[in-house]
Design a protein around this ligand. Sequence first.
Ligand code: NAP
Length: 276
Amino acid sequence: MSNVPVAVVTGSNKGIGLAIVKALCKQFPGDVYLTSRDPQRGQAAVAQLQQEGLRPLFHQLDIDDLQSIRALRDFLKEKYGGLNVLVNNAGIAFKVDDTTPFAVQAEVTLKTNFFGTRNVCTELLPLIKPYGRVVNVSSMVSSSALGGCSQELQQKFRSDAITEDELVQLMTKFVEDTKNSVHEKEGWPNTAYGVSKIGVTVLSRIQARLLNEQRKGEHILLNACCPGWVRTDMAGPKATKSPEEGAETPVYLALLPSSADAPHGQFVSNKTVKPW
Ligand code: NAP
């Protein structure tokens, strides 16, 4: 088994994830795994970074596929005996002019952004070693979507006592409510992506609390963040930040020094803790 520290970035064959891998290859003292659901796209991205003199490693990972997540888990357990840095970056968004029915957009978006990310956390968080760092890439849209929720939902999502099961029930209810065309009546905002990212931010707060309760003394720091508005296939060419600039906050959180005890359980944007 290797004692080399290891970092994994989900959805890193392009966009912000690729820029995070690039930065980690330069700054993280260990093995950095570029992962992709499609091995060809992943290997092409590895080859691109190799051209730049960087040495990322590759592992397949489709966060929608539990078998794929578990294969990565078993590989990390066997080769490294755990994991030091996990960046949950993989995500999807329908374009604003997409005519796919809203209920379908809700189901598909929540499946990857919330349920897929949660499944990765369920399988990989137990592997995180002491002083490990976990970064869940959410979005400022999670904050604006929270503001668009009913008072009752806002209270639940801001609660310091909400459980992961309760969060899962709420995310499931959103999808059901869109199918029954009652989501607005039930207090939800009209954004599937926004609700999926509320899920990511609240999940991060819950996971950080559980780490405090169950693994106190291991100095693991886990946060959600927004990369900013970044020029990628998701956000388009008009966005204000380059992928490298978008990677800055996730990389800052992934590389928090071992002496740091904060931020933890926060929502971070531009390297600054934001109120939730
Ligand atoms: P992007 O260019 O569209 O890249 C998304 C990445 O996620 C791709 O590598 C994609 O792989 C991967 N992915 C999607 N579904 C996956 C799955 N089921 N399993 C594994 N990988 C999957 O988007 P981006 O702008 O870099 O976004 C990265 C993260 O930042 C997302 O979580 C996004 O919500 C968040 N974010 C972005 C912005 C922005 O302005 N761009 C703002 C706030 C937050 P494929 O190539 O196979 O599709």
